[in-house]
Structure formats: structure tokens, C-alpha cells
Design a binder for this molecule. Sequence first.
Ligand code: AMP
Ligand code: GLY
Length: 420
Amino acid sequence: MNILILGGGGREHALAWAVMQNPKCDKLIVAPGNAGIAQIAECATLDIEDGERVVDFCNVNAITFVIIGPEAPLAAGVTDALEAANILVFGPSKAAAELEASKSFTKEICDAAEAPTAAYARFTEAGPARDYIREQGAPIVVKADGLAAGKGVIVAMDEAEALAAIDDMFGGEFGAAGAEVVIEEFMEGEEGSLFVLSDGETLLPIGTAQDHKRVGDGDTGPNTGGMGAYSPAPVLTDAVVQKAMDEIIAPTMRVMAERGTPYRGVLYAGLMIKDGQPRLVEYNVRFGDPECQVLMMRLGAQALDLMLACAERRLEGRRVNWADDHAMTVVMAAKGYPGAYEKGSVISGLDDIEETSRQMVFHAGTREREGRITAAGGRVLNVTARGDSLREARDRAYAMIERIDWPEGFNRSDIGWRAL
Ligand code: AMP
Ligand code: GLY
């Protein structure tokens, strides 16, 4: 079959890499792709948030299956447009994607599902929000309601910080995403991410991961899109996963189906675990980036079979064939990220790294210029490895980094510290 992947980050490189290993894939196009993806698949220019254009592109290129990587095309209804045109698609509908696009929507669904999550209140005006913060005290969490590229969440350790966050959000710092604000109870515990496929009826957990959101070693500095990840996440034991499935995921999916907006695709549940009890932090309606890179490294070619089964609504009876392995990815970012950074610096040494089913350098923001790989984004490379133990995966990933010559880049040196 001919397959189209939408997106152009490390997540999509990992998806493309896994898909290409499966003989069911005859041809793969990725839009827009990046320099690493271009080494294994065809890249195309396409407005990936415009459903009609994506449908036209599929018709012209005889595409029969579309995998949507990022949240923006999902929130824009690209799945709905493809389904209306009878093109098979992996990714939830616009209505189901509200689970990520709106935090207040998710809270309503959690209430209906009686899923354990942080207590909360919603505000559309600064005055009552400030009063609520003073009443509740700190630590407390302030969130812009809409999509804010992971930057709309302030975990305030004192009241002044929380009040400043309210001023920023209602002051327009987050644009339309900040028109409504959700204020949440601060949950203590250890975080983990659970990835579950849903075809609308059947659920299949396909792995766990833990990421590192802070830019600096020791989990210090500002939040980023993620500086590294590993799978599996030790905090998500089988018992905790079972509890999360029974108490959080399955009831959420039931409520989504009952309201006429069944969820199909991968659901990424961010969980806070304390004393063996998981509570929901947030849902995302896509694979995490860079969590996807470690999941794909572990799943390999079967990832395509699983995504196809999900899209074709035949997940029932399917299983994941797990090797007893571990994977880690370390993000290399441009100096300055998550603040301002330069683009265009040259990265060398990549050609000397052997890429196998146990180690891969997935590209995020890269561009080829005159035969050389250059940095074209904040997060640039995802150095990913698999091993029989997390330590082995880590050692292999950091050994690859040693061979990459990119003075304008940096990486954390302690990915996995919590688990190791
Ligand atoms: P989110 O974008 O909702 O995942 O939030 C980003 C990060 O903020 C999460 O990964 C958590 O580390 C933290 N966070 C969000 N909500 C809470 C909460 N209620 N209690 C504690 N930490 C939270
Ligand atoms: N790594 C966090 C995310 O993809 O949302």
C-alpha cells in the first residue's frame, strides 16, 4: 500500500522508519518531512492542516493510508475530511481531538467518567481567578485552556507566581488559547506516559515512556517539548497500567463513544503516580515527541500493523509482541533552545554512525543544504538506541552523540537518571 505520513519532526522520522520496515508498505510519502526522512522516503510540500488539500494529494498519489503525526491537523479536522473521502486514516476526528485541544473539555469528560484527576476550576476573567488562587494557596497549577505548544502550563510553587501567570494569560500572552484558564490542584508524585490504541471499541496499551521536560541536567531550567525519553517507564508497573486502563482510559473512551464522538487513534495519557495510584495529568491525541521515537524503536515493523488494525477497527484480539528490551532517546537541540536560537549551522559526523534496528539518529529540525545536514529548528536530532537494559541503551545513545560534531548544539547528559 501507498502511505502518507503528515508531519516533519523526530516523531515522524521514527514513524517513517518503522513503517518502512514493514513489507506492506510499497511507497511512503511524508509531508513536509525533513532531511533525515528524505533519506528513507519521499518528502512533499503540502498544507497538512487543510483537509481538502490532503484528500486531493491522496487521490493524485494513490495513497490508501494516512498517518497523522502532530495535533494541529487533528484539531483542524483532517481525519474527518479523509474519512468523508473514504481514505483510511490513523488519528482521531476533530471532535475526539478536543481531548487535547481543550483542557476544560477533558475535565468535563473526566467528571463524567469519574476518572481520577486534579480538582479544578475554570475562569474567563482574571478577578475571580485571582481570588480562587488566594483561597487555595500554592503550590497550584495554572493552564491556558487551548493548544499552546506545551507552554501554556505554569506549575506555580508560590502564590505570586500563580498570580503573575493569570496576568500573562488574560493579558493575551497565549493568544486565543488563554481566553479561558483552568486552575488545578498541584498533584505530587512521579510522572509517566501511557500510550493506548483505541479503534472506538477495543483498547490496546502499546507501551509506556518517561520524558524529561526541563532543558537542563537535574531537571532544571525552563520547560521544553522534551529533551529525552525512555521506555518502558519503571513507575508504570503492570499493576499501575491496569489501574489506569480500568479507572481512567476505559471510562474516558466509554464516555467519548456515548456522546457520539468515539476515539480512534493513539491516546497518550500523562499520568501522575503516587503510592501506586495513577491520576490523569492530561491527554494528548497523538504520539509524544520524543516518546514516539523510543516506542517505534521497540515496536519496529509491527507498528504499521497495529496502526492499520486501529484504523480498520479490528484491534480486537490483537497483541503487541514485546521483546524484553529498553530504549532511550537523547535530544540534541540548538544552543539557546527553548529560547531564541540560530538556524543553519552544519552538523557533521552523522555518516560515520551505523544505523541499525538497535540504534538510529532520528532527525527533528534538519534541512539538507548543498549535501550537508544543517540545523533548522530548536530540537534537531533524536539520538535513539535500544538495549537489553536501560543502561545499555543509554550507553549506546551517548556513544553515538560522541561521534556527532555540532558545536552549536547541546544535549542533556543525564537522560534516564531517575530510572537508573
Ligand atoms: P501538561 O501540558 O498538562 O502536560 O502540563 C505540563 C506539565 O506540567 C506536566 O507534565 C506536569 O509535569 C505538570 N503538571 C500539569 N498539571 C499538573 C498538576 N495538576 N499537578 C502537578 N503537575 C502538573
Ligand atoms: N514530549 C511531550 C509531548 O509530545 O507532548
